[in-house]
Ligand binder design. Sequence first.
Ligand code: ATP
Ligand code: MG
Length: 423
Amino acid sequence: MSIAAIKGMNDILPGEVETWQFLERSAREVFGLYGFSEIRTPVPEKTELFCRSIGETTDIVEKEMYTFDDKSENSLTLRPEGTAPVMRSFIQNRLHNLDPVSKLYYMGPMFRYERPQKGRYRQFHQLGVEVVGVEDAKIDAQVLAMLHQYFIRIGIDTVSLQVNSLGCPDCRPGYRQELISYLEERLSDLCPECQRRYLNNPLRVLDCKAQGCQAATVDAPSVIDHLCSSCSDHFSKVQFYLKALKIPYEVNARMVRGLDYYVRTTFELVTDQLGSQNAVAAGGRYDGLVESLGGPPLPGIGFAIGLERLVLMKGEQRITADGPQIFIAARGEDASERAFVLMSQLQSAGVRAEMDYLGKSIKAQMRRANKLNATFSLVLGEEELQTGQAQLKDMSDSSHSTIALDDLVDVLTKKLAEYSTSA
Ligand code: ATP
Ligand code: MG
């Protein structure tokens, strides 16, 4: 029996990978404009890193991590998210000594043992950014502006930005306590999961999808009403800058994030195109995280975009691969040999060239040229070899021009240059 991939882990095949490459290329372009550099960290990390940063009582740490012992019995975990590894690397490599403001981005696979469904997989890919070193609300707005710009660049305009502030270690505990008291009075209306977690993680009850929990928390105290003056001031400034940059957003005081390290600004980009997998990107501030992982007391903020969800949203607007710029069809062995050398010369000169390797008829070769969406084609047979000339066919309008085979590389490169300026 043949072997299949692991459940919830997908192959990304030709035909689809072009969309991925487009999304990744666009990220590099946009993030580069804002001064971000790429960072690449290993896929596994010490399990402890995630327990300490994400939080012991979160869904990720409680039930979603791919954790295993290596042969030396070290507990390792395939990264479920990117922020903790980037902070680990930031601290270990003392990146704050290079520049007081670090702007980093990453892209790559993440692993969570979840129930696979549309938009939710066990290996999925995130595109994320982190800024370490700035507390000023300008950076919150800048990060959101960049996220906004990225979505413009990739042509997705069906998302909306929701922002919230979760307060800080000064004001959140008071709010948390008040929320616990509120929930305590309505315990029997909550789902079993929330009944279990309301003491350890009361904020999670606010974004529980269960109807009972939603109904029970309609009038729950709002985190925004409990912000201390510095958090409230910070949140006002974030909104002031968002307005100044004309970035549409709405405040959603019920939005909490599933990771413990968030403080102050949190946000999500949501869509109604993906059913219950409605978050396309999410992030927030994590002042305190770097210090809690043993680094200097530097503030940070970041977001992660789920690439699979973007690909689903691009749907019909898929990006297709560039076809060959010339397909050389050959009749007979001598012509095939000449075609092979010509093709190789063209490729060395930077032209995407293709030919037939299977000894197919000219008709079948031309069908393939069409299917591959070749820009030009050329038929080589005995006569062409003898005269040293052939007909170059422009596949878009079937017009032909006579071309000397020895000049093929030069003439074709010129024609293609004209083509790309007139297109
Ligand atoms: P959700 O509420 O959908 O579970 P999350 O809050 O767990 O999302 P984050 O940890 O904030 O998600 O990750 C950021 C983004 O990564 C999400 O907005 C989503 O687009 C994507 N993402 C998260 N988990 C998965 C998954 N299992 N499969 C595919 N994409 C995912
Ligand atoms: Mg999740």
